[in-house]
Design a protein around this ligand. Structure first.
Ligand SMILES: [Zn+2]
Length: 201
């Protein structure tokens, strides 16, 4: 997770929020909002600001993703069209929006509101650990330690570490490699591991 900056909301969403009074059900109202393309516009706006990465696990949203209500609309109908409550999540069942489902805990953090930078630490074998008890619980609740995510992070991070170590005696080559690297997915894990590996060279 990393801090996200919310852009100005679309008028289509604001109008929907202002006109929705709780009926039909939040689920039904959300479905109707999806019928004329307005919901897709909102998703595209969020995807762009999130660099096409899931707001929680930072995996790719290409061909994958849905708008997640940070606080579930099933128990907070007033937040169904609330801009501050919407993020784009991946759609894997073992993590993120699908995993948290209709639950909510007060210690959860919305990366559009809270900077999570200091909360988690990553390892080159793909593991993630929390720096506080809340962070540890968030990892479990959001499935950020799912074997699927750990394995995918390991693939990227282990290559990074191997390459840095292989180039450590060739500063020009190392610099060129680091400059040419395009951080595509898992930017928080990548940056942490890159900086940690460089610090102990
Ligand atoms: Zn995710």
């Amino acid at each position: 997770m990393h801090k996200l900056n919310r852009p100005t909301q679309l008028n289509e969403l604001l109008e929907e929020k202002n006109s929705y009074k709780g009926t039909p059900s939040a689920q039904k109202a959300w479905e109707i909002f999806g019928e004329n393309g307005d919901r897709t516009k909102v998703r595209k706006q969020l995807e762009e600001i999130q660099n096409y990465l899931c707001a929680y696990c930072e995996n790719s949203l290409v061909n994958d993703g849905h708008i997640d209500h940070f606080k579930p609309k099933s128990s907070n109908w007033k937040l169904t069209f609330d801009w501050e409550n919407l993020l784009v999540s991946c759609t894997h069942n073992d993590s993120c929006g699908r995993k948290k489902d209709d639950n909510f805990e007060d210690y959860w953090i919305n990366p559009y509101l809270t900077d999570p930078t200091e909360m988690f630490r990553f390892y080159s074998d793909g593991q993630i650990k929390g720096n506080t008890e809340d962070a540890e619980n968030i990892i479990k609740d959001f499935g950020l330690d799912s074997p699927r995510l750990e394995s995918k992070r390991k693939g990227i991070l282990s290559i990074l570490v191997l390459t840095i170590n292989a180039l450590k005696d060739y500063p020009d080559a190392l610099e060129a490699y680091l400059e040419s690297e395009q951080i595509v997915i898992f930017p928080t894990a990548y940056t942490q591991i890159r900086d940690k590996t460089l610090a102990i060279l």
